[in-house]
Design a protein around this ligand. Structure first.
Ligand code: PNS
Length: 166
């Protein structure tokens, strides 16, 4: 069975991520979506919130499982008995970071390959941080996020705004 891990912060999961998952399912029998802890990135959603949201969004997609992980990605990949990491590439500006990460992972775990999927043209400009900015300014998120995520983002950002001292 060809099993791959699709890791990320998923803060939050976007339509671009779903696009990558659907493309990867054409090549792999089974995909484990690894939601990374990523404390340093200061996510707006907690790890368990991100994991729950991803689970909700992919609930109807077969051959996909969602798990959270902390620690090294390559250790998680080995733990899942997979041998491939899936990443999405949007623009050339992604490349430096992705190249560095893939080569570092290969250095520490030579048996694990990284495969990149080109995002659909519709999503090449899409990033979780831009989506959060649009949301915080009350913009329309329908093109970018799955429905349950829109609700969760709006709720989360409203709570944050209300908590901000005047
Ligand atoms: O969605 P992101 O934030 O671009 O995902 C980055 C992620 C989670 C894949 C990356 O930061 C990662 O693999 N983190 C786990 C820790 C790790 O293995 N670091 C070394 C990577 S070379």
């Amino acid at each position: 069975m060809k099993k791959a891990v699709f890791p990320g912060s998923f803060d939050p999961i976007t339509n671009g991520h779903i696009d990558v998952i659907n493309r990867a399912l054409k090549l792999f029998d089974y995909i484990v979506i690894g939601v990374a802890r990523r404390k340093e990135k200061n996510p707006i959603f907690s790890l368990s919130e991100r994991e729950k949201l991803v689970k909700k969004v992919v609930a109807n997609i077969e051959r996909v499982e969602v798990k959270s992980f902390s620690g090294l990605l390559v250790d998680f990949v080995k733990q899942e008995k997979a041998c491939t990491i899936i990443r999405g590439l949007r623009t050339i500006s992604d490349f430096d970071y992705e190249f560095q990460m893939a080569l570092t992972n290969r250095r520490i775990a030579p048996d694990i390959e990284t495969i990149f999927f080109l995002a659909s043209m519709r999503y090449t400009y899409l990033s979780a941080s831009l989506v959060k900015e649009i949301a915080s300014m009350g913009g329309n998120l329908e093109d970018f996020l799955p429905e349950p995520v829109i609700t969760a983002v709006q709720k989360k950002l409203k709570i944050k705004t209300h908590q901000r001292p005047k």
